[in-house]
Design a protein around this ligand. Sequence first.
Ligand SMILES: [Zn+2]
Length: 644
Amino acid sequence: MAQIPDSVIEEILAKADIESVVGKYVSFTKRTGQNLFGLCPFHSEKTPSFSVSLNKGIYHCFGCGKGGNSIGFIMEIEKLSYPEAIRFLGQQYNVEVPEVSGGSSDGSDKKTKERVSALLTEAARFYYSSFISPVGEQARQYAKKRNLSKETLTSFGIGYAPEGWDNLYNHLISKGYTDEEMRVSGLFTVSKKTGKLIDLFRGRLMFPIFDSFGKIIAFGGRSLGDEMPKYVNSPDSLVYKKQEHLYGLNFAKKAKSNQLIIVEGYMDTIAMHQAGINNAVASLGTAFTDSQLRLASRYAEEVVFFFDSDKAGQNAALRAIRMMLKFLKKMSGLKIRIKIAYVPDGKDPDEYIRNNGKESFANVVANAKDVDDYLFERAYNDNCDADGKLDLYKYQEDIILYGSWITDDLRREKMASNAAVYLGANYKTVLNRMDEVMNSALAEQAAADKRDLVRTEKQIVKQREEEYSEETEDTSVQSSVEVKNTKDDIVFLQELKLFVMAVRLKENLATDIDREDVLRPGDFRGANMKRIVEFFLKNFDERYGINEPLLINELSKTILNGMPAEEVYLRACDQFRESSNYDVKRDEYLMTLYDLRLKQIEGMEKMLVKYLESATGSRKDDLLLRYRRLNTYRDHLIAKKEQL
Ligand SMILES: [Zn+2]
């Protein structure tokens, strides 16, 4: 099976130089020699730790550890597969990428995807033929009622899913599709009674959902009467992530307009196209997402949003604006102009066009407001009473907040100076307040991102801990009170992790870690491992940490789990990913240590309880004292763990 030829990949890497590829998403703020620096597009930060090396042709983030070449960058940021990223760059840099069939490393996955794609197309055919057959009468009536023309019905592939539980199922079986293929297609659910697959869409007008290339990836179904829910959509599936697509984009991109109009649902989109507004698209039953904004930016320089003029619509507008501005801040190289529009009289666009015509609607679009002008007016209008009296206190709050969202310095300054007129204040004071709020929001975001990162790492630790507790089920009790039955060479995964992390902390283990939180031979169960830790502590240099070659030399003299210890150690180094963020590294080390010690305490407690049952007199007192001490120590560890 064919693959994309190496020569093509070479040509792409030569033409798609890392600076221009990354530069579309990141603004470089610093240049030193062959290196560029900017804010990382993959995590939130205030100071640039994202770097691009021009001579190596790669990017690397010191904050989150992501890195790679141009193709890797596109894969990461556009969420594309390797061949898709090559195709994406090929289009931008005019490199012909030949169509290849099958092949590549993810062969079986790709094959399933192709089968599911074919299945979806077959389903569309089935829905269409039902629509035009006698069973589709009611659906045809409905389409007529909604003024959908014949051309519209055909070009949007509208169909009908008949009543019944297994019409589509039986049709696809007859076409040779398997249950498994149907299961992952998103068109079926599993019957709770029989456990069999049943049609998800029944008695509904069907809208195929296309990707931007016009391939069917999902369906939406509308009830013909008042049955609820009014709309049912395919769930995310192997070929469909609803947050990453825009309904109608495959048509809208042909309009070759530099503008996209964002409306609410597929009926709105279809109505607009039918009225000759060819650049309308819709998000698919969710709030507009980052991915959708990025997708839109590939095809247009400007997006115009329509929101309802009621309270809910107004709030939705603010949330969407906040999200988009935040995202644009992160993607500082992504240029797209956001405008906000309202249909006069609060009608939806579809209805407005029917009543007032296409030209009048074009006028509404032309009068859409830039997002900062919109926010400026919003702060005023929201806080003005019927007599036109402005509540200055509330106005100030709103305008400072909105100003803090605007990341373009000039536009923020303009907003501040316009607001200063109402506030009767110096514009610089207003601007300073906006800047303060903006900076503290950035700091909060960065902290939240860091917590996310730590949480992810902790989940990894937890997962390992579970594996660990399985493998130690039998030995943990005896070994922690009196090491008896433990083999000398035994080492547990969690212990190895702790050791590897201690090595990685280098000198910080001495300078930044509480003395009691430094690992000890007693934290390990096997005699060989205890000796290794002794060696580590003895040869630890407070300025540099351990000399690793020396450590490995020592390891090569002993065995762990029946294997050369150096090999076990090096494998563990590969297995436990090293975070480039020091705080994460330290916390992960501490987490591992506390978990290990807590586990040990648990074992000792069980043992003490067992001894206590038969103990009397001073022996009993002694055991009780130990038990209490253990409890205190445990609480202490838990408190420390919670502080992480
Ligand atoms: Zn990063």
